[in-house]
Design a protein around this ligand. Structure first.
Ligand code: NDP
Ligand code: 8X3
Length: 253
């Protein structure tokens, strides 16, 4: 049977790499993100691998957008085997007492937590109906340990972990698998977004270390989805060897 994977935030980083890795496994893809130009490039790259790709503009903060995304996926493929809830971002490293810009907080909550919850509630009933499926949520090591300047980002990722745990428990008795992939430092556009385009600050995050690459995370997602159907990898916490906690990084400068 044809297999369909839906990936949010597929225009860049982990989402892009995951799209290509799942295409390598033969999945047809439904990919979404706000930047349609970048998304179209990922579609073209994945199509090179011989799979069908539906690329749709998606803002997970919008209910209308998320509903239209799922509707178009079902119109095209009539099933969803894997949902990768990857769309997410951090904005700034402002400490709580110094935060004057609630919009940064709101954007992280709306994207990382509400967007993920929304996509899940729209797709899981379809998986229950088809009696198969795998939800992969992208958490973070920030969902296990908070740090100064990361309060709300970490709160969204602690929230992802709580949500994922509840989902797995609610789906007990169904064949649907639920996995959280929780990375440490991965070199993507993440830090450019967090530091609002300040390349020097973004580059400093990865200076003197070998960070994880988005392909490393995609590799783990491909591993999780390709286990035998009774095997559920619950949580994968992954850091580069050069990182031992959110604040402990061995830099060779
Ligand atoms: P990137 O910035 O490279 O990718 C983020 C992706 O999310 C982009 O495709 C972006 O696309 C998409 N996105 C952002 N907001 C929305 C939205 N409202 N609706 C739809 N798509 C959206 O970063 P990463 O690949 O690193 O991030 C992916 C996930 O991995 C995030 O959830 C992040 O929190 C998590 N993570 C990252 C780590 C890291 O060190 N890089 C470590 C741990 C977790 P567009 O702008 O086109 O909408
Ligand atoms: C991204 C990792 O340490 O910047 O989730 O929060 S961290």
């Amino acid at each position: 049977m044809e297999k369909i994977a839906m990936i949010t935030g597929a225009s860049s980083g982990i989402g892009r790499s995951t799209s290509l890795a799942l295409a390598d496994l033969g999945y047809h893809l439904v990919i979404g993100a706000r930047n349609l130009e970048k998304l179209s490039k990922v579609k073209a790259e994945a199509e090179q691998k011989g799979v069908n790709v539906l690329a749709i503009q998606l803002d997970v903060r919008s209910l209308d957008s998320a509903e239209a995304f799922v509707r178009q996926a079902m119109d095209e493929f009539n099933r969803i085997d894997v949902l990768v809830n990857n769309a997410g971002l951090a904005r700034g490293v402002t400490k709580i007492a110094e935060q004057k810009n609630e919009a940064e907080w709101q954007e992280m909550i709306d994207t990382n937590l509400m967007g993920l919850a929304r996509m899940t509630r729209l797709v899981v009933p379809l998986m229950i109906e088809q009696q198969s499926g795998h939800v992969i949520n992208i958490g973070s090591t920030a969902g296990h340990d908070a740090y100064p300047g990361g309060s709300i980002y970490a709160a969204t990722k602690f929230g992802e972990r709580a949500f994922t745990t509840a989902l797995r428990q609610e789906l007990l008795g169904t064949p649907i698998r639920v996995t959280s992939i929780d990375p440490g430092m991965v070199e993507t556009e993440f830090s450019m977004v967090r530091y609002n385009g300040d390349k020097e600050r973004a580059d400093a995050v990865y200076a003197g270390v070998t960070p994880l690459s988005p392909d490393d995370i995609a590799d783990l997602i491909a591993f999780a989805v390709s286990r035998k159907s009774h095997v559920n990898l619950e949580t994968i916490i992954v850091r580069p060897v050069d990182q031992a906690s959110n604040s402990m990084v061995a830099r060779k400068l």
